[in-house]
Ligand binder design. Structure first.
Ligand code: GLY
Length: 393
């Protein structure tokens, strides 16, 4: 199915955004200070998915979000070279190796998020061989969720659960890099083939004709036939959940990076245009669902941080003749600036970093709170602007 590539409505994204290195360094120092304040509390424990009254209450390594903290520690270590981050990384890394060994709450496609940011990064940044082995074993676990006929990885729950069987979700594109990594390191194509098949099915069925996305989509696992789209965290089944669209922009460009297939780059662009055309005029930070472009609904700062990273990655891979290449970079910088100016915890009592994220509005969970992935992607976006950084994805 060919999807629409909208033109970009907002002229301001066409204007080159000044990148002030001093300002970025100050912002990074703020993030580092927040991380430093948390080092002791989150040595063995991790921050939960979302804060309560802007405070992260420490918990064990059991949720899908447990790796965003160690991801931030790697970024801090790479930026500063300081041992204090390494000390906590080592404790956290052991916990991820143990989680896989003990099979603790891993009936989820988010094994990708969990093991890219913990063990792939552990191998890439520290050269830790057992982290590499663990990442490959995690990939082995992830591919047990693959439905051969439907050619998709099931997102949630037990494979026989009738509620969840054959359900894929847009977020999963961010879990595929673990499979690309496993193929690269083992020389076994099976992980790569599954990742590509899934990305292609997502492109075909999750992406709508207008380049918006369903949050989730059901496939018939016996016949492989597409069934229907349904939201989980969006406003309605037909609306476009902002964070899902952001996962799509970043996730599809990652499939391009690992496969070289330009179709994925093109889809990432189309999704980005849809997203950029639905931002509130005043500060470019999306509402939690892109059906809302004004009014009193909550924003989702975490979606803005994710798409900023996606746009920066996207612009890196486009030829100079691409008319939007610089625009993507401008839009990303504008959003990072907007987040820095009005969406951080600088003047608020909180152990989080980014205010005004929404985990799940329909679930009334983490609404207008800090979300740990928002903090992570905000930091990743900042790091991307100041150093040449090799992705953990
Ligand atoms: N991947 C789950 C979420 O974005 O809430």
């Amino acid at each position: 199915m060919k999807t629409i590539k909208e033109g970009i409505k907002q002229d301001k994204f066409k204007v080159k955004t000044h990148v002030d290195k001093n300002w970025l360094d100050i912002e990074i120092q703020f993030v580092l200070k927040k991380i430093d304040e948390n080092l002791e509390v989150f040595k063995e424990k991790v921050p939960p998915a979302a804060s309560k009254d802007l405070m992260y209450i420490p918990e064990g390594n059991t949720d899908w979000t447990a790796s965003f903290w160690i991801g931030m520690l790697y970024l801090a270590y790479e930026y500063t070279g300081e041992e204090k981050y390494l000390d906590v990384i080592k404790v956290q890394l052991e916990s991820f190796k143990n989680r896989l060994k003990e099979n603790i709450q891993l009936e989820t496609h988010d094994i990708g998020f969990l093991y890219s940011l913990s063990c792939v990064a552990g191998y890439e940044v520290l050269g830790d061989e057992t982290a590499k082995e663990t990442a490959i074993k995690a990939a082995d676990k992830l591919i047990t969720r693959y439905h051969k006929e439907a050619k998709i990885l099931q997102a949630w729950g037990d494979l026989s659960d009738p509620e969840q069987r054959g359900r894929m979700i847009i977020d999963c594109n961010m879990n595929l890099p673990l499979l690309y990594f496993a193929s690269k390191e083992t020389g076994d194509r099976k992980y790569y083939d599954i990742a590509v098949n899934h990305a292609e099915q997502a492109a075909k069925y999750i992406v709508r004709e207008d380049s918006s996305t369903y949050h989730t989509y059901y496939m018939d696992t016996e016949t492989g036939k597409p069934l229907y789209g349904k939201t989980a965290q969006g406003y309605t089944d037909q609306s476009c959940w902002a964070r899902g669209q952001a996962w799509g922009v970043y996730g599809f460009v990652l499939s391009y990076v690992h496969t070289g297939d330009r179709k994925f780059l093109d889809i990432s662009e189309r999704l980005a245009h849809y997203f950029l055309n639905r931002l509130p005029e005043e500060d470019d930070i999306c509402y939690w669902d892109l059906d809302f472009t004004e009014g009193n609904e909550e924003r989702d700062s975490s979606a803005a941080a994710i798409i900023a990273c996606g746009l920066l990655e996207l612009s890196k891979h486009l030829p100079v003749s691409n008319e939007y290449r610089e625009l993507y970079e401008n839009a990303a910088i504008k959003m990072i600036k907007s987040l820095a100016e009005n969406y951080t915890t600088k003047n608020v009592h909180s152990n989080g970093i980014l205010l005004h994220a929404v985990y799940s509005k329909p679930g009334d969970n983490g609404v207008d709170e800090c979300c740990i992935w928002g903090d992570y992607y905000y930091f990743e976006a900042l790091i991307r602007t100041v150093m040449s950084w090799k992705m953990y994805w």
